[in-house]
Design a protein around this ligand. Structure first.
Ligand SMILES: CCC(=O)SCCNC(=O)CCNC(=O)[C@H](O)C(C)(C)COP(=O)(O)OP(=O)(O)OC[C@H]1O[C@@H](n2cnc3c(N)ncnc32)[C@H](O)[C@@H]1OP(=O)(O)O
Length: 535
């Protein structure tokens, strides 16, 4: 592999300007994450104190092995939804280490509306369980939830990927032999009761933990029976009489200790992908990424400069360096794992598209995981390109990508527009993990283009109807579309909607990808081949 020679001038005015802008974005990311994790109304903190409960992050700190990394997912989920009422989508998910085993964590956050599940909470939990299924990661659930957020039941209850999907995913995990433990710290009501019931192991805290299909008020309303929490679904009922729970614990601390002991009994999963070399830090300082990423989405940058600050030893074996140059492809090591990287250096033309498809086939032939670094404004459009078959070449790229049996990881580095998002393994294409950077923008097209397209459609419609041109109306259409697009294409919006698995500081991305690769290595690869390529 060759050493990447950087052409960056760290003293240039442009570098300094970009550096300042990207540092400011990361400072904003950190502040938003701090607030989402810790800012809670005083009354809710006091309520949990009165009940003798720990905050969810205190539980997590005691549960995870000291000094081990925790890759928290979707930290800013729901950040822009529900008037900011459910920071982090009132839940914590992420990959951590317990008793030496990598596990997926799902923790309810009862400091927000009693841990009630908002629609985006459910999306976040379902995604965490999908990740567990795809990567065969055991799951530890820290249960303390009021169940569905009742005012929004129609958005969280009935459809395929709503609340029922949590329990469906739990059943699938169990069938696959992927273990689950639930620790019941608070209430598990209604559907939430199935979280411990569908876990292979569970622990319940006496006094605060409870599991029931309906809590006391609903039981009274439904049948007239008056019954207290402990008698209806408390620790003793479930560990002595019903058998719904396995291990009683006198305190939260004891429950966590029992949970750690249970995980310690689990076998260590086989790894299907192994590092090929010892890990090595990049030769260039990742901090320089701040000076490389542009301060204007339309400005280009050489993705090799990003790769040089992400991969082991800044070494890269570039594939077809002189062909299809708007796509950079090649092999590198990341934390010792061999990866095949596809990164955008411009619009995808026929040649770069075919190069991408061929390179993905090579990686599948070698069982080499794929890493997509997206900065894509789309495929080249126009008569000449259609005549040259840009649509069928794009289809080949999507075929190769969708049918890849190797794990795929995607990082949204800057732009993700149009069908380029699809070819480069956007959300719909089952990347095992998909992260974004704070300056990233995503949309079917840019706001300016969309505004002009809709204004043009309007003008043609008016002409067809014999109406006089109305420049003020067309300007209004253009401006309104652009305004909407600006809000909807921002990275804060996309991460709030869980279109990614979380926003990362570019400098932390190498570490996050290392954890993701180690997780991805736990699932065997299923070679199913490809569909029909259109030639
Ligand atoms: C999938 C289908 C389902 O899951 S149906 C869900 C049915 N759920 C229920 O019946 C649980 C109702 N809630 C409760 O029993 C209690 O609130 C529990 C969870 C025990 C927590 O009690 P406690 O710690 O004393 O807090 P609290 O009652 O003061 O509530 C705190 C804030 O949360 C709210 N809250 C509670 N549950 C829900 C809910 N399911 N949907 C929407 N909001 C809920 C409370 O109204 C209260 O809000 P606020 O702080 O007054 O603004």
């Amino acid at each position: 592999m060759s050493f990447i020679r950087s052409a960056i001038d760290g003293q240039s005015e442009e570098f300094r300007r970009r550096y300042a802008r990207n540092r400011a974005l990361v400072a904003e990311l950190r502040e938003r994450q701090r607030a989402a994790r810790h800012d809670r109304p005083e009354a809710d903190i006091r309520r949990l104190e009165r009940q003798g409960k720990m905050l969810p992050r205190e539980r997590l700190e005691r549960l995870l092995d000291p000094g081990t990394p925790f890759l928290e997912l979707s930290t800013l989920a729901a950040g822009l939804a529900y008037d900011g009422e459910a920071p982090g989508a009132s839940s914590i998910t992420g990959i951590g280490v317990i008793s030496g085993r990598e596990v997926m964590i799902h923790a309810d956050d009862s400091s927000i509306k009693g841990g009630a599940w908002y629609p985006l909470t459910i999306k976040k939990i379902v995604r965490a369980l999908d990740i567990a299924i795809e990567n065969r990661l055991p799951v530890v659930h820290l249960c303390d939830s009021a169940g569905g957020f009742l005012p929004r039941q129609s958005e969280l209850f009935p459809d395929k990927h709503m609340a029922g999907r949590i329990f469906r995913n739990q059943a699938i995990l169990s069938r696959m032999g992927v273990k689950q433990l639930a620790i019941v710290f608070g209430h598990c009501t209604a559907g939430g009761a199935y979280v411990p019931a569908l876990s292979d192991y569970n622990v319940i805290v006496r006094g605060t933990g409870a599991v029931f299909l309906a809590g006391p008020p609903l039981v009274k309303a439904a049948t007239g029976e008056v019954v207290g929490v402990e008698d209806l679904g408390g620790c003793d009922l479930h560990t002595r009489t019903s058998g719904t729970c396995d291990y009683p614990a006198a305190t939260e601390t004891e429950a966590i200790a029992i949970g750690r002991e249970i995980v310690a009994q689990w076998d260590r999963p086989r790894k299907w992908i192994a590092p090929v070399d010892a890990p090595e830090a990049p030769a260039y300082d990742p901090d320089e990424l701040y000076g490389i990423l542009p301060d204007d989405i339309k400005k280009g940058f050489d993705m090799r400069e990003v790769i040089a600050r992400m991969v082991d030893g800044s070494r890269f074996h570039e594939y077809q360096p002189a062909y299809g140059t708007t796509l950079v492809a090649g092999f590198a090591n990341l934390w010792g794992y061999r990866v095949g990287i596809l990164a955008n250096n411009g619009v995808l033309f026929n040649d770069s598209t075919l190069k991408a498809a061929h390179f993905m086939e090579l990686c599948n032939q070698n069982d080499t995981p794929l890493l997509f670094l997206q900065n894509i404004t789309g495929y080249m459009v126009g008569r000449d390109y259609e005549a040259a078959g840009i649509t069928k070449d794009g289809a080949k790229m999507i075929m190769a990508q969708s049918c890849s049996h190797v794990p795929k990881l995607t990082v949204m580095c800057n732009a993700s527009f149009g069908a380029g998002n699809y070819g480069m393994c956007g959300r719909a294409y089952d990347a095992r993990f998909l992260f974004s950077w704070p300056g990233h923008q995503i949309g079917v097209m840019g706001g300016d283009q969309a505004g002009r397209t809709l204004a043009d459609v309007k003008a043609r419609q008016m002409a067809r109807n014999g109406a006089a041109p109305d420049p003020a109306l067309l300007d209004a259409v253009r401006a309104a579309t652009q305004r909407d697009y600006e809000a909807q294409t921002s990275s804060w919006h996309s991460t709030s909607e869980i279109w990614d698995d979380g926003m990362l500081d570019p400098v932390d991305t190498r570490n996050a990808l290392g954890i993701a690769l180690a997780a991805a290595a736990q699932a065997p690869m299923d070679r199913q081949g490809y569909g029909v390529f259109r030639f």
